[in-house]
Design a protein around this ligand. Structure first.
Ligand code: AMP
Length: 184
């Protein structure tokens, strides 16, 4: 029997993430990950890949927390945290977290956004992996990094499914190690 070629992550993501033109506003091509989430093999493969920066060369977990950014970042970061054996920390839009928070605001194309983290979600010295679906301008991940640091944690890496290269968002992340499973 001939062995089936193994699908690369690039090919998998190209097949299972669909472009929705002009959503949520005209001119934006929205990267919809719903077909990927509905595919068990595909979802498992990307969770493993996103978790890789949280492991040492022997596969041992080197992070204390995995932070996910609302909303699609939650869906990806929670299974990454479980796969690594680390805690999960939600970074949410303003006004959603019930206990004392730190807040960071950042510029969007039009206007401003604010995200928050619980002050006690990350302990001083914690090593944190940040996970999100799309890196666009980089403002969201830069703000999430600032929140982790205000808690006393250290961001040791950022994992995203897709990086929109034309927006040059990685420029906002300085020397932070960034894993992007697909560049478009
Ligand atoms: P940014 O702060 O510009 O890097 O935007 C990143 C955040 O916005 C992520 O949390 C994404 O979920 C979302 N986002 C930005 N652009 C897109 C896009 N084209 N498709 C899907 N989500 C996007």
């Amino acid at each position: 029997m001939t062995a089936q070629p193994v699908e690369t992550l690039d090919a998998l993501l190209t097949r299972l993430v669909r472009d929705i033109p002009d959503f949520p506003t005209p001119g934006v091509v929205f990267k919809d990950i719903s077909p990927l989430l509905a595919d068990h093999a595909g979802f498992s493969a990307v969770v493993d890949a996103l978790a890789a920066p949280g492991r040492d060369p022997d596969g041992a977990c080197v992070v204390d927390k995995v932070a996910g950014i609302e909303a699609r970042g939650f869906i990806l970061a929670a299974p990454v945290a479980l796969a690594l054996g680390a805690g999960f920390v939600p970074i949410r839009k303003a006004g959603k977290l019930p206990a004392a928070t730190y807040q960071e605001s950042y510029a969007l194309e039009y206007g401003e956004a604010t995200i928050e983290v619980h002050q006690d979600a990350i302990s001083a010295g914690d090593r944190v992996l940040i996970v999100d679906d799309v890196l666009a301008t980089g403002g969201t991940v830069a703000a999430a990094t600032a929140l982790v640091e205000r808690c006393g944690g250290t961001v040791c890496g950022v994992s995203v499914l897709i990086e929109l290269d034309f927006l040059a968002g990685s420029g906002k992340l300085g020397d932070l190690p960034l894993l992007s499973l697909l560049h478009v």
